[in-house]
Design a protein around this ligand. Structure first.
Ligand SMILES: *Cc1c(COP(=O)(O)O)cnc(C)c1O
Length: 433
Protein backbone atom coordinates (compact mmCIF):
# COMPACT_ATOMS: atom_id res chain seq x y z
CA UNK A 1 0.00 0.00 0.00
CA UNK A 2 1.32 3.40 -0.99
CA UNK A 3 1.53 5.81 1.94
CA UNK A 4 3.87 8.56 0.67
CA UNK A 5 1.33 11.34 0.79
CA UNK A 6 0.04 10.48 4.28
CA UNK A 7 3.61 10.26 5.54
CA UNK A 8 4.47 13.69 4.08
CA UNK A 9 1.31 15.24 5.52
CA UNK A 10 2.01 13.74 8.92
CA UNK A 11 5.58 15.11 8.92
CA UNK A 12 4.15 18.56 8.26
CA UNK A 13 1.36 18.15 10.82
CA UNK A 14 3.96 17.33 13.47
CA UNK A 15 5.32 20.85 13.02
CA UNK A 16 1.93 22.32 13.81
CA UNK A 17 0.24 20.04 16.34
CA UNK A 18 1.47 18.06 19.34
CA UNK A 19 1.95 14.54 18.04
CA UNK A 20 0.81 15.80 14.65
CA UNK A 21 -2.87 15.49 15.57
CA UNK A 22 -5.81 17.32 17.09
CA UNK A 23 -6.99 14.34 19.16
CA UNK A 24 -4.48 11.81 20.51
CA UNK A 25 -5.90 8.46 19.34
CA UNK A 26 -5.60 9.63 15.73
CA UNK A 27 -1.81 9.46 15.98
CA UNK A 28 -1.86 5.63 15.53
CA UNK A 29 0.51 5.25 18.50
CA UNK A 30 -1.11 2.05 19.77
CA UNK A 31 -1.00 0.31 16.40
CA UNK A 32 2.26 1.84 15.14
CA UNK A 33 2.93 3.29 11.72
CA UNK A 34 1.70 6.53 10.24
CA UNK A 35 -1.89 7.71 10.52
CA UNK A 36 -3.73 7.79 7.24
CA UNK A 37 -4.83 11.24 6.18
CA UNK A 38 -8.38 10.90 4.92
CA UNK A 39 -9.42 12.86 1.88
CA UNK A 40 -12.93 11.75 1.15
CA UNK A 41 -15.76 9.57 2.40
CA UNK A 42 -18.88 8.30 0.69
CA UNK A 43 -21.30 5.83 2.23
CA UNK A 44 -19.34 3.08 3.96
CA UNK A 45 -16.06 3.89 2.19
CA UNK A 46 -13.21 6.31 2.79
CA UNK A 47 -10.23 7.24 0.64
CA UNK A 48 -6.89 8.41 1.99
CA UNK A 49 -4.52 11.02 0.59
CA UNK A 50 -2.69 8.35 -1.45
CA UNK A 51 -5.92 7.18 -3.05
CA UNK A 52 -6.23 3.93 -1.03
CA UNK A 53 -9.82 2.86 -0.45
CA UNK A 54 -11.16 1.34 2.77
CA UNK A 55 -14.42 0.05 4.16
CA UNK A 56 -14.73 2.21 7.27
CA UNK A 57 -15.77 0.86 10.68
CA UNK A 58 -14.57 3.87 12.66
CA UNK A 59 -17.29 6.11 11.21
CA UNK A 60 -15.72 9.15 12.90
CA UNK A 61 -15.87 7.19 16.21
CA UNK A 62 -19.62 6.69 15.98
CA UNK A 63 -21.42 9.81 14.76
CA UNK A 64 -21.88 8.63 11.16
CA UNK A 65 -24.72 6.16 11.59
CA UNK A 66 -25.85 6.83 8.00
CA UNK A 67 -22.31 6.57 6.62
CA UNK A 68 -20.25 9.33 5.02
CA UNK A 69 -21.76 12.24 3.10
CA UNK A 70 -25.33 11.01 3.27
CA UNK A 71 -27.17 13.09 0.64
CA UNK A 72 -29.97 14.12 3.02
CA UNK A 73 -27.51 15.36 5.63
CA UNK A 74 -25.32 17.09 3.03
CA UNK A 75 -28.32 18.87 1.49
CA UNK A 76 -29.59 20.02 4.88
CA UNK A 77 -26.17 21.49 5.69
CA UNK A 78 -25.88 23.24 2.31
CA UNK A 79 -29.38 24.62 2.40
CA UNK A 80 -28.95 25.97 5.94
CA UNK A 81 -25.48 27.47 5.64
CA UNK A 82 -26.51 29.53 2.62
CA UNK A 83 -28.64 31.56 5.00
CA UNK A 84 -25.91 32.18 7.54
CA UNK A 85 -23.87 29.94 9.80
CA UNK A 86 -24.44 31.36 13.30
CA UNK A 87 -26.40 34.14 14.93
CA UNK A 88 -25.94 33.87 18.67
CA UNK A 89 -29.72 34.15 18.82
CA UNK A 90 -32.35 31.41 18.84
CA UNK A 91 -33.43 29.74 15.59
CA UNK A 92 -36.38 27.50 14.77
CA UNK A 93 -34.01 24.64 13.97
CA UNK A 94 -33.18 24.23 17.68
CA UNK A 95 -36.89 23.70 18.41
CA UNK A 96 -37.13 21.23 15.55
CA UNK A 97 -34.26 19.04 16.72
CA UNK A 98 -35.48 19.24 20.32
CA UNK A 99 -39.00 18.17 19.29
CA UNK A 100 -37.66 15.30 17.24
CA UNK A 101 -35.76 14.05 20.29
CA UNK A 102 -38.21 14.82 23.10
CA UNK A 103 -41.32 13.59 21.27
CA UNK A 104 -39.63 10.22 20.83
CA UNK A 105 -37.98 9.86 24.22
CA UNK A 106 -39.95 9.33 27.41
CA UNK A 107 -36.86 9.51 29.62
CA UNK A 108 -36.23 13.27 29.40
CA UNK A 109 -38.52 16.31 29.29
CA UNK A 110 -36.13 19.15 28.51
CA UNK A 111 -32.65 19.42 27.12
CA UNK A 112 -29.88 21.86 26.38
CA UNK A 113 -27.65 21.73 23.30
CA UNK A 114 -23.89 22.15 23.63
CA UNK A 115 -21.05 21.52 21.17
CA UNK A 116 -19.37 18.28 22.26
CA UNK A 117 -19.80 15.19 24.40
CA UNK A 118 -17.23 16.48 26.87
CA UNK A 119 -19.20 19.67 27.32
CA UNK A 120 -22.46 17.76 27.76
CA UNK A 121 -20.99 15.57 30.51
CA UNK A 122 -19.21 18.45 32.25
CA UNK A 123 -22.49 20.36 32.34
CA UNK A 124 -24.45 17.32 33.53
CA UNK A 125 -22.06 16.87 36.45
CA UNK A 126 -22.40 20.54 37.40
CA UNK A 127 -26.17 20.18 37.20
CA UNK A 128 -26.14 17.07 39.41
CA UNK A 129 -23.99 18.88 41.97
CA UNK A 130 -26.12 22.02 41.82
CA UNK A 131 -29.36 20.07 42.13
CA UNK A 132 -28.28 17.85 45.04
CA UNK A 133 -25.99 20.42 46.71
CA UNK A 134 -23.40 17.66 47.07
CA UNK A 135 -19.85 17.54 45.72
CA UNK A 136 -18.74 13.95 45.29
CA UNK A 137 -19.35 11.95 42.14
CA UNK A 138 -18.91 8.24 41.54
CA UNK A 139 -17.58 6.91 38.26
CA UNK A 140 -16.40 3.55 36.96
CA UNK A 141 -12.97 2.44 35.85
CA UNK A 142 -13.15 1.80 32.11
CA UNK A 143 -15.84 4.38 31.35
CA UNK A 144 -14.80 7.46 29.39
CA UNK A 145 -16.72 10.66 29.82
CA UNK A 146 -14.68 13.16 27.85
CA UNK A 147 -11.73 15.20 29.05
CA UNK A 148 -13.16 17.51 31.73
CA UNK A 149 -11.02 17.74 34.88
CA UNK A 150 -13.11 15.83 37.42
CA UNK A 151 -13.47 12.86 35.06
CA UNK A 152 -9.83 12.35 34.08
CA UNK A 153 -9.46 9.99 36.97
CA UNK A 154 -8.19 6.44 37.27
CA UNK A 155 -8.93 3.96 40.02
CA UNK A 156 -6.33 3.48 42.70
CA UNK A 157 -5.96 0.10 44.37
CA UNK A 158 -8.71 -1.06 46.70
CA UNK A 159 -12.44 -1.54 46.43
CA UNK A 160 -13.43 2.11 46.80
CA UNK A 161 -10.75 4.61 45.95
CA UNK A 162 -10.27 8.24 45.34
CA UNK A 163 -8.99 8.39 41.87
CA UNK A 164 -5.54 9.27 40.74
CA UNK A 165 -5.49 11.87 38.02
CA UNK A 166 -5.03 10.31 34.63
CA UNK A 167 -3.70 13.56 33.24
CA UNK A 168 -1.14 16.08 34.38
CA UNK A 169 -2.71 19.45 34.97
CA UNK A 170 -5.66 18.13 36.95
CA UNK A 171 -5.33 19.25 40.59
CA UNK A 172 -5.49 16.46 43.13
CA UNK A 173 -8.13 18.43 45.03
CA UNK A 174 -10.45 18.05 42.02
CA UNK A 175 -10.16 14.31 41.81
CA UNK A 176 -10.61 13.97 45.56
CA UNK A 177 -14.27 14.60 44.80
CA UNK A 178 -14.35 11.70 42.33
CA UNK A 179 -14.78 8.15 43.61
CA UNK A 180 -13.75 5.43 41.18
CA UNK A 181 -14.92 1.82 41.38
CA UNK A 182 -14.87 -1.25 39.12
CA UNK A 183 -17.73 -1.95 36.76
CA UNK A 184 -20.07 -4.85 37.54
CA UNK A 185 -19.27 -4.64 41.25
CA UNK A 186 -22.17 -4.06 43.64
CA UNK A 187 -20.16 -4.27 46.85
CA UNK A 188 -17.91 -1.37 45.81
CA UNK A 189 -20.86 0.90 45.09
CA UNK A 190 -22.54 -0.08 48.36
CA UNK A 191 -19.36 0.64 50.28
CA UNK A 192 -18.99 4.03 48.62
CA UNK A 193 -22.50 5.02 49.65
CA UNK A 194 -21.90 3.77 53.19
CA UNK A 195 -18.64 5.70 53.53
CA UNK A 196 -19.88 8.89 51.92
CA UNK A 197 -23.43 9.05 53.18
CA UNK A 198 -25.32 12.08 51.82
CA UNK A 199 -22.21 13.27 49.99
CA UNK A 200 -22.58 11.68 46.56
CA UNK A 201 -24.22 13.96 43.99
CA UNK A 202 -24.39 11.36 41.25
CA UNK A 203 -23.26 8.11 39.77
CA UNK A 204 -22.15 8.56 36.18
CA UNK A 205 -21.88 5.53 33.91
CA UNK A 206 -21.75 4.67 30.25
CA UNK A 207 -24.70 2.24 30.47
CA UNK A 208 -23.15 0.50 27.48
CA UNK A 209 -19.45 1.00 28.19
CA UNK A 210 -17.83 1.24 24.76
CA UNK A 211 -14.69 3.33 25.20
CA UNK A 212 -12.46 0.70 26.76
CA UNK A 213 -13.54 -2.39 24.92
CA UNK A 214 -17.22 -3.26 25.01
CA UNK A 215 -17.91 -4.01 28.68
CA UNK A 216 -21.57 -4.99 28.55
CA UNK A 217 -23.23 -4.81 31.95
CA UNK A 218 -26.18 -6.92 33.08
CA UNK A 219 -29.50 -5.10 33.17
CA UNK A 220 -29.79 -6.14 36.78
CA UNK A 221 -26.61 -4.21 37.64
CA UNK A 222 -27.88 -1.01 35.98
CA UNK A 223 -31.17 -1.50 37.84
CA UNK A 224 -29.19 -1.80 41.08
CA UNK A 225 -27.49 1.54 40.35
CA UNK A 226 -30.90 3.10 39.73
CA UNK A 227 -32.18 1.84 43.06
CA UNK A 228 -29.17 2.77 45.16
CA UNK A 229 -29.22 6.31 43.69
CA UNK A 230 -32.91 6.70 44.48
CA UNK A 231 -32.44 5.36 48.01
CA UNK A 232 -29.61 7.84 48.66
CA UNK A 233 -31.15 10.84 46.88
CA UNK A 234 -28.25 10.82 44.43
CA UNK A 235 -28.79 11.28 40.71
CA UNK A 236 -28.08 8.61 38.13
CA UNK A 237 -26.40 10.02 35.01
CA UNK A 238 -26.32 7.90 31.87
CA UNK A 239 -23.56 9.08 29.57
CA UNK A 240 -25.09 8.11 26.25
CA UNK A 241 -22.68 10.02 24.03
CA UNK A 242 -22.00 6.75 22.18
CA UNK A 243 -25.10 4.68 22.94
CA UNK A 244 -27.67 7.46 22.38
CA UNK A 245 -29.42 7.06 18.98
CA UNK A 246 -27.09 4.07 18.39
CA UNK A 247 -28.74 1.30 20.43
CA UNK A 248 -32.19 2.38 19.29
CA UNK A 249 -33.45 5.95 19.21
CA UNK A 250 -33.69 6.13 23.00
CA UNK A 251 -30.27 4.60 23.54
CA UNK A 252 -29.47 2.45 26.53
CA UNK A 253 -32.24 4.00 28.66
CA UNK A 254 -34.76 2.61 26.19
CA UNK A 255 -32.87 -0.61 25.58
CA UNK A 256 -32.87 -1.50 29.28
CA UNK A 257 -35.96 0.55 30.10
CA UNK A 258 -34.26 2.26 33.00
CA UNK A 259 -34.92 5.93 33.66
CA UNK A 260 -31.78 7.81 34.68
CA UNK A 261 -32.06 11.33 36.11
CA UNK A 262 -29.84 12.99 33.54
CA UNK A 263 -28.79 11.76 30.09
CA UNK A 264 -25.94 13.12 27.97
CA UNK A 265 -25.74 12.86 24.19
CA UNK A 266 -23.16 13.63 21.54
CA UNK A 267 -21.75 11.94 18.44
CA UNK A 268 -24.82 10.82 16.39
CA UNK A 269 -26.97 13.73 17.55
CA UNK A 270 -25.11 16.21 15.32
CA UNK A 271 -25.12 14.28 12.04
CA UNK A 272 -21.32 14.53 11.88
CA UNK A 273 -21.15 18.15 13.08
CA UNK A 274 -20.16 19.18 16.62
CA UNK A 275 -23.24 18.84 18.83
CA UNK A 276 -23.77 17.52 22.33
CA UNK A 277 -26.78 17.70 24.63
CA UNK A 278 -27.87 16.93 28.14
CA UNK A 279 -31.43 16.33 29.20
CA UNK A 280 -33.48 15.52 32.29
CA UNK A 281 -36.90 16.07 33.83
CA UNK A 282 -38.30 19.60 33.62
CA UNK A 283 -37.74 19.89 37.36
CA UNK A 284 -34.05 19.07 37.23
CA UNK A 285 -33.49 21.16 34.09
CA UNK A 286 -35.09 24.17 35.80
CA UNK A 287 -31.84 24.47 37.79
CA UNK A 288 -30.02 25.54 34.61
CA UNK A 289 -29.50 29.24 33.89
CA UNK A 290 -31.32 31.47 33.10
CA UNK A 291 -34.17 29.64 34.95
CA UNK A 292 -31.93 28.39 37.74
CA UNK A 293 -28.61 29.03 39.40
CA UNK A 294 -26.42 26.45 37.62
CA UNK A 295 -24.56 28.44 34.97
CA UNK A 296 -23.95 26.96 31.54
CA UNK A 297 -23.64 28.71 28.18
CA UNK A 298 -22.13 28.48 24.68
CA UNK A 299 -21.48 30.93 21.83
CA UNK A 300 -22.05 28.29 19.17
CA UNK A 301 -24.54 26.13 21.12
CA UNK A 302 -27.54 25.13 19.01
CA UNK A 303 -25.63 26.16 15.90
CA UNK A 304 -28.13 26.17 13.01
CA UNK A 305 -25.97 24.25 10.53
CA UNK A 306 -25.25 21.57 13.12
CA UNK A 307 -28.93 21.45 14.12
CA UNK A 308 -29.92 20.94 10.48
CA UNK A 309 -27.45 18.06 10.13
CA UNK A 310 -28.77 16.50 13.34
CA UNK A 311 -32.38 16.82 12.21
CA UNK A 312 -31.65 15.23 8.84
CA UNK A 313 -29.80 12.33 10.46
CA UNK A 314 -32.22 11.66 13.32
CA UNK A 315 -35.21 11.67 10.95
CA UNK A 316 -33.59 8.76 9.13
CA UNK A 317 -33.03 6.96 12.43
CA UNK A 318 -36.79 7.12 13.09
CA UNK A 319 -37.63 5.10 9.97
CA UNK A 320 -39.35 1.80 10.82
CA UNK A 321 -36.91 -1.07 11.36
CA UNK A 322 -33.87 1.23 11.05
CA UNK A 323 -32.20 -0.23 14.14
CA UNK A 324 -33.31 -3.79 13.45
CA UNK A 325 -31.62 -3.67 10.05
CA UNK A 326 -28.44 -2.17 11.50
CA UNK A 327 -28.19 -4.89 14.11
CA UNK A 328 -28.78 -7.55 11.45
CA UNK A 329 -25.73 -6.25 9.58
CA UNK A 330 -23.49 -6.75 12.61
CA UNK A 331 -24.94 -10.18 13.33
CA UNK A 332 -24.28 -11.14 9.69
CA UNK A 333 -20.70 -9.82 9.79
CA UNK A 334 -19.84 -11.58 13.03
CA UNK A 335 -21.49 -14.84 11.95
CA UNK A 336 -19.52 -14.83 8.72
CA UNK A 337 -16.28 -14.38 10.63
CA UNK A 338 -17.07 -16.92 13.35
CA UNK A 339 -18.22 -19.62 10.91
CA UNK A 340 -15.10 -19.43 8.83
CA UNK A 341 -12.44 -18.87 11.42
CA UNK A 342 -10.16 -21.78 12.20
CA UNK A 343 -9.82 -21.93 15.93
CA UNK A 344 -6.23 -20.95 16.55
CA UNK A 345 -4.21 -20.19 19.59
CA UNK A 346 -5.21 -16.51 19.64
CA UNK A 347 -8.79 -16.88 20.86
CA UNK A 348 -10.32 -13.94 19.03
CA UNK A 349 -13.71 -13.23 20.63
CA UNK A 350 -16.29 -11.03 18.99
CA UNK A 351 -18.65 -9.06 21.20
CA UNK A 352 -21.52 -6.90 19.96
CA UNK A 353 -24.64 -5.01 20.84
CA UNK A 354 -26.83 -3.38 18.21
CA UNK A 355 -24.49 -1.92 15.60
CA UNK A 356 -21.42 -1.84 17.86
CA UNK A 357 -18.83 -4.62 17.82
CA UNK A 358 -15.50 -5.31 19.52
CA UNK A 359 -12.83 -7.90 18.96
CA UNK A 360 -10.79 -9.05 21.95
CA UNK A 361 -8.09 -11.68 22.16
CA UNK A 362 -9.13 -13.61 25.22
CA UNK A 363 -10.38 -16.99 26.34
CA UNK A 364 -13.01 -15.34 28.53
CA UNK A 365 -16.60 -15.67 27.36
CA UNK A 366 -17.64 -12.39 28.99
CA UNK A 367 -15.67 -9.25 29.76
CA UNK A 368 -17.53 -6.85 32.06
CA UNK A 369 -14.82 -4.84 33.80
CA UNK A 370 -11.74 -3.00 32.61
CA UNK A 371 -9.32 -5.13 34.64
CA UNK A 372 -10.45 -8.26 32.76
CA UNK A 373 -8.79 -6.98 29.59
CA UNK A 374 -5.27 -8.28 29.19
CA UNK A 375 -3.09 -5.33 28.05
CA UNK A 376 -0.63 -7.79 26.53
CA UNK A 377 -3.32 -9.03 24.12
CA UNK A 378 -3.22 -5.63 22.40
CA UNK A 379 -0.13 -6.74 20.49
CA UNK A 380 -2.43 -9.06 18.52
CA UNK A 381 -4.74 -6.19 17.68
CA UNK A 382 -1.78 -4.19 16.43
CA UNK A 383 -1.00 -6.93 13.91
CA UNK A 384 -4.67 -7.35 13.00
CA UNK A 385 -5.06 -3.63 12.38
CA UNK A 386 -2.05 -3.57 10.08
CA UNK A 387 -3.24 -6.59 8.06
CA UNK A 388 -6.79 -5.24 7.76
CA UNK A 389 -5.54 -1.93 6.38
CA UNK A 390 -3.63 -3.82 3.70
CA UNK A 391 -6.86 -5.66 2.89
CA UNK A 392 -8.90 -2.44 2.67
CA UNK A 393 -10.66 -2.46 6.04
CA UNK A 394 -10.29 0.52 8.39
CA UNK A 395 -10.85 0.04 12.13
CA UNK A 396 -10.24 2.68 14.78
CA UNK A 397 -6.48 2.52 15.54
CA UNK A 398 -6.69 0.98 19.03
CA UNK A 399 -7.70 -2.41 20.37
CA UNK A 400 -9.64 -0.69 23.14
CA UNK A 401 -11.94 0.95 20.61
CA UNK A 402 -15.13 -0.57 19.26
CA UNK A 403 -16.26 -0.73 15.62
CA UNK A 404 -19.42 0.84 14.23
CA UNK A 405 -21.61 -0.34 11.37
CA UNK A 406 -23.66 2.26 9.49
CA UNK A 407 -26.76 2.12 7.34
CA UNK A 408 -24.46 2.50 4.34
CA UNK A 409 -22.61 -0.79 4.89
CA UNK A 410 -23.81 -3.20 2.20
CA UNK A 411 -23.87 -6.97 2.22
CA UNK A 412 -20.91 -6.94 -0.17
CA UNK A 413 -18.98 -4.68 2.24
CA UNK A 414 -19.73 -7.04 5.11
CA UNK A 415 -18.73 -10.15 3.13
CA UNK A 416 -15.46 -8.53 2.04
CA UNK A 417 -14.81 -7.47 5.62
CA UNK A 418 -15.46 -10.95 6.96
CA UNK A 419 -13.01 -12.47 4.45
CA UNK A 420 -10.44 -9.81 5.33
CA UNK A 421 -10.80 -10.62 9.03
CA UNK A 422 -10.40 -14.34 8.41
CA UNK A 423 -7.39 -13.86 6.16
CA UNK A 424 -5.78 -11.42 8.60
CA UNK A 425 -6.45 -13.58 11.66
CA UNK A 426 -5.13 -16.70 9.95
CA UNK A 427 -2.01 -14.84 8.91
CA UNK A 428 -1.38 -13.56 12.43
CA UNK A 429 -1.86 -17.05 13.84
CA UNK A 430 0.81 -18.32 11.43
CA UNK A 431 3.21 -15.57 12.51
CA UNK A 432 3.07 -16.94 16.04
CA UNK A 433 3.56 -20.57 15.04
C1 LIG B 1 -16.98 10.39 22.90
C2 LIG B 1 -17.47 10.38 24.28
C3 LIG B 1 -17.40 11.50 25.12
C4 LIG B 1 -16.70 12.76 24.71
O1 LIG B 1 -17.30 13.37 23.62
P1 LIG B 1 -16.45 14.41 22.75
O2 LIG B 1 -17.43 14.89 21.72
O3 LIG B 1 -15.30 13.66 22.20
O4 LIG B 1 -16.03 15.50 23.66
C5 LIG B 1 -17.99 11.43 26.37
N1 LIG B 1 -18.61 10.32 26.79
C6 LIG B 1 -18.69 9.22 26.02
C7 LIG B 1 -19.42 8.02 26.52
C8 LIG B 1 -18.11 9.21 24.75
O5 LIG B 1 -18.17 8.10 24.02
Amino acid sequence: MKRDRSIALFEKAKLYFPGGVNSPVRAFRSVGGTPLFIKRGKGSHIWDADGNEFIDYCCSWGPLILGHANPKVVNAIKHTVENGSSFGAPTELENELAELILNNNKYIEKLRFVSSGTEAVMSAIRLARGFTKRNRILKFEGCYHGHSDSLLVRAGSGLVTFGNTSSAGVPKSFVDETIVVSLNNKAAVEEAFARFKNEIACIIIEPIPANNGLLLQDKEYLQFLREICTANKSLLVFDEVISGFRIGFTGAAGYYNIKPDIITYGKIIGGGLPVGAYGASAEIMSKISPDGDVYQAGTLSGNPVAMAAGIAQLKECLKPDFYKELEAKVVFLLDQIKQNLKSGSLHPQLFSIGSIFWIAFTDKQKIQAAEQIDPDSMKHFKLLHRELLELGVYLGPSGYEVGFVSEAHSEVDLMKTAYAFIEALNKITRIYQ
